[in-house]
Write a protein that binds this ligand. Structure first.
Ligand SMILES: [Zn+2]
Length: 223
């Protein structure tokens, strides 16, 4: 029995999934199964040498997957990149397949119209040209429908030409945040804006028709 530990790549790093998938593999079929499951041209597959695995099989080695992993649990730690090793130290999270690209992503980090998306597809869908941009201040009942990703990724916004106009922290009263956001939208009738709720508060984005000063934008966005 082989246990597979799922890993997802996110803009914040690699994360480990909660569920181990158990796969029955006959000992004599182990090498072909490894070749098939982790193709040699897959840059994100890090398989220990067949020689080491055969030694373990011959010795009748068996172990249940540990509650939490660390580097001592990895046979070929020298082949595994730093970001994956770091993921082993973090608490596992629930992973699902992105509704668009099917890559694994963290379950509820990026939810849009009841679809669970990876960070990349969420940014492209919600903050791309067809996103819910508006050129008028929000009215009260819109506020509940604002996009609410777990976090924004400055590099992905930058690729889309989207500018972070303001980040208003939770230290401000909610009504003050919304009022500020609406004032900024009202002050620029030609601009397309999008308010986003995040864990840190409320962020106002502007569609990128203005020249993007890359360094300054990224710094502002990282606040
Ligand atoms: Zn995706």
């Amino acid at each position: 029995m082989v246990s597979l530990v799922p890993l997802a790549t996110t803009p914040m790093g690699v994360v480990m999934g909660q569920l181990c998938q158990r796969v029955g593999v006959a000992l004599e079929g182990l090498a072909p199964w490894i070749d098939h499951t982790f193709p040699q041209d897959d840059e994100r597959a890090f398989v220990a040498s067949l020689h080491d695995l055969e030694l373990l099989v011959r010795a009748g080695w068996h172990a249940e997957p540990p509650e939490s992993f660390d580097e001592r649990d990895v046979l070929n730690v020298e082949d595994v990149p730093e970001d994956v090793l770091e993921a082993l130290h973090e608490a596992p999270v629930e992973l699902v397949a992105c509704a668009i690209c099917r890559r694994l992503c963290v379950r509820d980090d990026f939810l849009w119209n009841d679809r669970r998306l990876c960070a990349w597809d969420y940014h492209a869908t919600v903050f791309g040209r067809r996103g819910p941009w508006r050129h008028e201040p929000y009215v009260e009942h819109h506020l509940a429908t604002l996009p609410a990703p777990r976090y924004l990724t400055p590099a992905l916004l930058h690729e889309l030409g989207v500018v972070v106009v303001a980040s208003m922290s939770r230290q401000l009263e909610e009504s003050v945040r919304f009022d500020l956001m609406n004032r900024m939208i009202a002050a620029d009738p030609g601009g397309e804006y999008l308010g986003v709720r995040t864990e840190s508060g409320l962020t106002l984005l502007r569609e990128g028709t203005v020249a993007v000063d890359s360094e300054a934008t990224i710094e502002t966005a990282a606040l």
